[in-house]
Design a protein around this ligand. Structure first.
Ligand SMILES: CC(C)(COP(=O)(O)OP(=O)(O)OC[C@H]1O[C@@H](n2cnc3c(N)ncnc32)[C@H](O)[C@@H]1OP(=O)(O)O)[C@@H](O)C(=O)NCCC(=O)NCCS
Length: 190
């Protein structure tokens, strides 16, 4: 296995028109995520729907991965709804930051990049929490027939839980950021 990527080997840039050429060499076994990057990410950025950050290999300039974020709300369903009710929180939904898309180029898989990109989303969620309130980071993912490509396992490894099991289609997952915030602010965790 290739070695883990060090932080100083990475350069992160917000997607703009200047990047159009660098998107062409990006490859992934998830073809939809290549199409999204080439066709939709920039229009969505320009119409204030989502933001995309590109993660480059500093030395070679190669595009290694990208993450797209957008605002979200998590509808509380059982048993999560009951957990929050017990804490005195009776809202039907709570504010969230969504990982809309996350993809690592096939040539850079399993080197810790996906985890670093999820961490970057957690940092942005923590900033949002301080400014306007944000309780969860959410994502929708699919079971892949090939177990070695099962992103659910990846998100579980990164502290996400399944909101609702589904046989078909996307499976919603979430991570509650209250623990992280309690650690950062010395506040009591709710
Ligand atoms: C899911 C994805 C982002 C993971 O990126 P990555 O950089 O390879 O992940 P990391 O190296 O940080 O992996 C951390 C751990 O998660 C697990 N993991 C990572 N990718 C996995 C996968 N596809 N299937 C199962 N487990 C996985 C492993 O336990 C891994 O640790 P290990 O390598 O020490 O065993 C990447 O496989 C990808 O881009 N897949 C295609 C697109 C996709 O499925 N995106 C997610 C849906 S939005």
């Amino acid at each position: 296995m290739s070695e883990r990527l060090a932080l100083n080997a990475i350069l992160v840039e917000r997607l703009s028109r200047a990047h159009e050429k660098s998107l062409n060499g990006f490859s992934s076994y998830e073809k939809d995520l290549i199409d999204f990057l080439r066709e939709d990410a920039l229009p969505n950025e320009e119409t204030f729907i989502s933001t995309t950050h590109l993660w480059f290999h500093r030395e070679s300039g190669k595009l290694m991965g990208y993450i797209t974020l957008r605002a979200d709300a998590l509808n509380l369903t059982a048993p999560l709804k009951e957990d929050f009710r017990k804490k005195g929180i009776k809202y039907k939904s709570l504010p969230a930051l969504k990982i809309g898309r996350l993809c690592v180029d096939d040539r850079f898989l399993r080197r810790g990049l996906g985890t670093l990109m999820v961490d970057s989303a957690m940092i942005i969620a923590a900033e949002l929490t301080e400014k306007i309130g944000c309780r969860f980071v959410t994502v929708e993912t699919k079971r892949h027939p090939d177990k070695s490509r099962n992103a659910i396992h990846f998100y579980r490894r990164n502290g996400f839980k399944i909101l609702k099991e589904r046989e078909k289609g996307a499976i919603p997952m979430y991570k509650d950021i209250s623990k992280i915030m309690a650690g950062l602010t010395n506040r009591v965790q709710t």
